[in-house]
Design a protein around this ligand. Structure first.
Ligand SMILES: [Zn+2]
Length: 316
């Protein structure tokens, strides 16, 4: 029987998951991403960890299917132009890791796309073939799955909704060079920024006024407790997301929309707010899909990378 190893290469840690072919998680592991030591060291660390995992579980490396999710757009050729949070550019992560692992294939995909596949395989999207995962964290990430396949696109940018332009009134520049992207508004960073703005524009009492290093969780918790200004902020930010989701559902016609990332820890509270905005937009009500919470949390990436390796190896 073959086993799948899913790797999630992130800016601070590299996560590993060993799965049976059917997706039962056997072992999880995590090592620090030694960014300061450069690319070669990071890949040496990953290869060593894979060999250790293989040995600990008495597996044969040649019998393992390896997938890796990585930040940044992954081109058709496996080339990654830039992974900002890893400080790496113009590289072929699959080839580099494969060389260190007796040349067995390493299938690489974008980390947000991996998370979407993971949720479809074993998370909130089980049983569905058309879905979108939107992760609301520091930024807005997403992965789109159509007919069971994740959309990579021509430049590896397919399914990225974070830079859809939604707010023409946004004065600040987005990291992409635009102004008013969804990423700037519906993320944890966006919620805090807008709360600060609304606080500075009014003298109204608010329980979040004066909180040092205000977090999105502070704002959402205050909104849950009935704080007017906090609720106004959450509503304001999530309305843009609801409208964006409505636009996207016209293109994708999904069966389900999943919300993940740190903000989704607010549970049904945030899910219902997003849905209430979303449902107001499409006039063709048939396109309305349920919005549910993602279920795998930070493990979605290792599940998805493992699943991608399994699917990629059977399709060649
Ligand atoms: Zn942008």
């Amino acid at each position: 029987m073959k086993y799948c190893i899913g790797i999630d290469l992130g800016g601070t840690t590299v996560k590993f998951g060993v799965f049976t072919y059917d997706g039962v998680l056997i072992q999880k592991k995590e090592i620090p991403t030694r960014k300061e030591c450069g690319r070669d060291v990071i890949f040496d660390d990953i290869a060593a960890a894979v060999r250790k995992i293989v040995q600990e579980n008495s597996l044969d490396l040649n019998n393992c299917l390896i997938g890796m999710g990585i930040a940044g757009p992954v081109e058709d050729t496996g080339r990654v132009e830039v992974s900002v949070n890893l400080g790496m550019s113009a590289y072929y992560p699959g080839i580099e890791l494969s060389r260190l692992l007796d040349n067995i294939p390493v299938y690489v995909l974008n980390d947000a796309n991996a998370a979407a596949l993971g949720e479809m395989w074993k998370g909130g999207g089980r049983g569905h073939k058309n879905m979108i995962l939107i992760t609301l964290g520091t930024g807005v990430g997403s992965g789109v799955i159509i007919d069971g396949s994740v959309i990579h696109g021509t430049h590896g940018l397919g399914g990225e909704i974070g830079h859809i332009w939604v707010n023409p009134d946004e004065p600040d520049l987005c990291q992409c060079g635009g102004r008013g992207c969804l990423d700037q508004i519906a993320s944890a960073t966006g919620i805090v920024k807008y709360a600060d703005r609304f606080l500075s524009r009014s003298d109204q009492f608010s329980t979040i006024r004066g909180i040092k290093n205000l977090s999105a969780k502070d704002v959402i918790d205050a909104a849950k407790s009935g704080d007017y200004l906090a609720m106004y902020t959450v509503n304001y930010c999530m309305e843009f997301l609801g409208k964006a989701i409505a636009d996207i559902t016209y293109v994708i016609d999904p069966e389900i929309i999943l919300i993940g990332g740190g903000i989704s820890k607010a549970g049904d509270f945030i899910r219902e707010i997003i849905y209430d905005h979303y449902k107001n937009y499409p006039k063709i009500k048939k396109t309305l899909a349920p919005i549910e919470l993602a279920q795998l949390g930070g493990d979605a990436g290792i599940y998805g990378a493992a699943f991608f390796a399994r699917e990629s190896s059977t399709s060649v």
